[in-house]
Write a protein that binds this ligand. Structure first.
Ligand code: SF4
Length: 207
């Protein structure tokens, strides 16, 4: 498959949003390391996937819904889609996450991308969804407003550019993120930063 046709897994967008280098290490160089956080996240999704779809009152709860977008070249699965009414009048995607709600948009970007896929597939408009967090065991509502749609589309575009170039970007300058990253030992961000700065200084004095 050429890079032009390459599709991206929805779950990979949060890797890009967290750190473009992390996305490239996993999806271009195909290295992977499982730490407690990723292992626990996988376990949570296995549990969610094992539940069946069901109808309760006016709402149908669809689980493990496969989605894709040809326009955005995305594919993946929704943890839960709540469909209200018969015929359906409202769609509400829900994604289950380990840990606590975050200040950053990583999880929201993945959820918004799910909504964009559904909108394209079913010719509908989705206003909002929710993220369900394991630690507080509560739902955080997410509005798919213009700003979130914009950053989501930028993340999709950036991820496709990395795949097309096949190049791994330099480490993020956000060292706090590196400390919580499952790939820190494989990535060696400090070594790369050091090498890059010495190359840069050598370049300044080169003839
Ligand atoms: S260790 Fe830092 S630079 Fe490397 S992939 Fe993780 S977050 Fe990105």
């Amino acid at each position: 498959m050429s890079n032009e046709q390459q599709t991206i897994m929805l779950s990979a967008l949060q890797h890009y949003a967290y750190c473009p280098r992390q996305f490239a290490l996993i999806h271009v160089e195909q290295v992977w390391a499982e730490n407690f956080f990723t292992a626990h996240g996988n376990l949570l999704h296995e549990r969610v996937d094992s539940y069946e779809s069901e109808q309760r009152g006016n709402v149908r709860y669809e689980r493990g819904v496969a989605v894709k977008s040809q326009q955005l070249r995305l594919t993946g699965k929704l943890d839960l889609l709540e469909v209200e009414g018969k015929p359906a009048t409202k769609y509400f995607p829900v994604e289950y996450k380990r840990g606590k709600p975050k200040k950053e948009d990583w999880d929201k970007i993945q959820l918004c991308a799910q909504a964009l896929c559904l909108e394209e597939m079913r010719g509908i408009h989705i206003e909002a969804g929710a993220l369900w967090y394991w630690q507080p065991r509560k739902r955080e509502p997410v509005l798919f407003d213009d700003a979130l749609r914009r950053v989501t589309l930028l993340a999709v575009e950036g991820a496709h550019q990395i795949l097309a170039s096949g190049k791994t970007p330099m480490p993020t300058t956000n060292k706090k993120r590196c400390r919580a990253c499952s790939l820190v030992d494989l990535c060696e961000p400090d070594t790369f930063r050091r090498d890059h700065s010495s190359d840069y200084i050598a370049g300044l004095f080169a003839e």
